[in-house]
Design a protein around this ligand. Sequence first.
Ligand code: FE
Length: 223
Amino acid sequence: MSHDHDHAQGHDHHHDHDTTFQPDISEPEKEWELTEIAIRELLIEKGVITAREVSDMVEAWERKGPEDGARVVARAWVDPAFKARLLDDGNAAVAEMGCVFEGTKLVVIENSDDVHHMVVCTLCSCYPRPLLGIPPLWYKSREYRSRAVREPRAVLHEFGTEISQDREVRVLDSTADCRYLILPRRPAGTDNMSEAELAELVTRDSMIGTAEARMPTGDRAPS
Ligand code: FE
């Protein structure tokens, strides 16, 4: 404790060792927020974890982007056997690529020429974080959560995503123990691209289903 205190002196940041991060956000009011603080403070007080470890973990999550998800999609595009395993058992397949996805079931759903899928969590903000990072604010908004189900095509339109009328739009509602990842369609004109190049076309939104995968640079042909 004293070491940490000395280290913190002279800086104008938050000094309270027992409340570790984000002093600028609003006061906790929800029961789960108070529970989190109580458990965290107790774990730190008992020496199970340190405040620094908590902050480092928060930072690591905030840095994490959708790259792992993009790698998984690109692999599925080039490797049909991997794709079959991914659709069969998402958790096991992504583990092959070094992605730890534990605690909830990962269900990967493939978009096709007939069906376009998009994901929402109508209750809260369930999201495949180990593959995509922290969800964007809009994903957690009440507006997206209600409108995605009621008028998915209108929501997609606002994302600049037009799904032709001959394709069905299906909305997948996450549950507490299941996370969805969309496997977008591989764009046309990408036959000669490497797996790493393909991963660059896989955006976060294309794995939520609010967009399609990016077309290769210079190729603006409609899909
Ligand atoms: Fe949720």
